[in-house]
Design a protein around this ligand. Structure first.
Ligand code: PMP
Length: 448
């Protein structure tokens, strides 16, 4: 083992796959084996692995100005151009953008932005943030407290008490329904639970609710029809801001420009990372509406400097990578492409796997999807310790496909959005062989 502490890895684990190079939707390991990158790295390499235009934009910028900080209003052309570009794209009124380096730090920025804003307007008591069970928002101390996955909370004394995090139901009908509840009844019940919670806590103490329009790490949950409409009516009624974490769903992933557009969400705050630069250079963006910015200008004398910023906030090469990525999305109509190929992928997935004995639910939208692996198709019973997820992940790799087992026994798919229909066919054929083989494996081990 190299002296590396690998992220999100058991300390007893040994090194797994060593990747060497990539081309289009494919990656190659150091033994020359070729894989389809079915998860776009970690839901991020939207343009695939050999986009020379983005690489050239980065190197050109490095040659010109490899670094400039942006503290105290110091600036450079790429950061100003990128903020203008995002302002024109995002569904936030008169948007202003703070840049960081990762999805986690972008969410931390908003936690602090909310504190700063409510202090600035004289409402310091409005400080609680609602998150959802199974949500994933990163791993830094604040973002990690918003995340609800057990491994990200256990052993870190998270959530940090000072953050006043409230947790509400995950909007997953398949695993969350009670008895014979319909989807509509499930939705009404969990919205009702949230209203009770808001009233019990006092709405005047709640700043915002963070949602992933469609979740990723918790198993690709697409909430029921009508959920977001009712959620927003409830939050607006109680003066709670809507904060969309678009770190995975931003930029074409769902077949729309943003997850908010696909799911009918009108957000106040947004966070982006990953596909913002197709992951060729780390960059994140925390977006706020103009009215919030204006309110902070007016109150700045009382609360003082916004004392938050990273050395690499708006790194020139990162901004250049993002600007080129956004230009390519637009020029090549990649969001429309993702909508078309995504609809095809969803239809094929349902056709192939709906009746598979190991698959309880096929879900997803656009180019993000998951299969829920179950030990009993009728009851939806799951496997202990992610046994099926691990078996499927291993079988996929043996068949030249990289996917990710998430939330125990769900298999997530999230290929680069440049993927073609023929490549989708190839990916799903490999997935079918792998799921069949995992099914055999689990039977051999008497787990079925
Ligand atoms: N939010 C969401 C919705 C994510 O999926 C992720 C990462 N998977 C993050 C935040 C954190 O991003 P990062 O790993 O870049 O810190």
């Amino acid at each position: 083992m190299a002296p590396v502490i690998y992220p999100t890895t058991n300390f007893t684990a040994t090194e797994q796959l060593c990747l060497d190079r990539g081309e289009g939707i494919y990656v190659y390991d150091t033994d020359g084996n070729k894989y389809i990158e079915g998860l776009a790295g970690l839901w991020c390499t939207s343009l695939g692995y050999s986009n020379t235009e983005v690489m050239d934009a980065i190197t050109e910028q490095l040659h010109k100005l490899p670094f400039s900080h942006t503290f105290g209003g110091k600036t450079h052309a790429p950061i100003m151009q990128l903020a203008q570009k995002l302002k024109a794209m995002v569904p936030v009124e008169d948007a202003y953008v703070f840049f960081g380096n990762s999805g986690s730090d972008a969410n931390d920025t908003h936690v602090k932005m909310l504190r700063y804003y409510f202090n600035a307007i004289g409402k310091p008591e409005k400080r609680k943030i609602i998150t959802r069970e199974r949500g994933y928002h990163g791993v830094t101390v604040a973002a990690g407290s918003l995340t609800s996955l057990p491994a990200n909370l256990a052993h870190f004394d998270a959530p940090l008490e000072a953050l006043h995090i409230l947790r509400s139901d995950a909007p997953h009908y398949y695993t969350g329904r009670q008895g014979n509840e319909t989807e509509a009844q499930f939705t009404d019940r969990i919205i009702g639970n949230l209203e009770q919670q808001i009233l019990a806590e006092d709405p005047d103490t709640i700043a915002a609710m963070i949602v992933e329009p469609v979740t990723g790490a918790s198993g690709v949950i697409v909430p029921p029809e009508g959920y977001y409409e009712k959620l927003q009516v409830l939050l607006r009624k109680h003066g709670i801001l809507v904060w969309a974490d678009e770190v995975i769903t931003g930029f074409g992933r769902t077949g729309a420009d943003f997850g908010c557009t696909a799911m009918g969400i009108k957000p106040d705050l947004m966070t982006f990372a990953k596909q913002l630069s197709s992951a060729y250079f780390p960059i994140s963006a925390s977006v706020i509406p103009g009215w919030m910015y204006e309110a902070m200008i007016n109150q700045t004398n009382e609360v003082g400097v916004f004392g938050h910023g990273y050395t690499y906030s708006g790194h020139p090469a990162a901004c250049a990578a993002a600007l080129k990525t956004l230009e390519i999305y637009e020029r090549d109509n990649l969001f429309e492409h993702a909508a078309e190929v995504g609809a095809y992928m969803q239809a094929q997935l349902r056709g192939i796997f709906t009746d598979h004995p190991l698959v309880g639910e096929v879900r997803g939208i656009g180019l993000i999807a998951a299969l829920e692996l179950v030990s009993n198709k009728t009851t939806g019973a799951s496997f202990d310790k992610g046994a099926a997820g691990a078996a499927a992940q291993k079988a996929c790799e043996a068949n030249g496909l990289i996917i990710r087992a998430v939330a125990g026994n769900a298999v997530a798919l999230c290929p680069p959005i440049i993927i073609t229909k023929d490549e989708v066919d190839d990916m799903l054929a490999r997935l079918k062989t792998a799921i069949d083989s995992a099914y055999g494996d689990l039977k051999d081990k008497d787990l079925l």
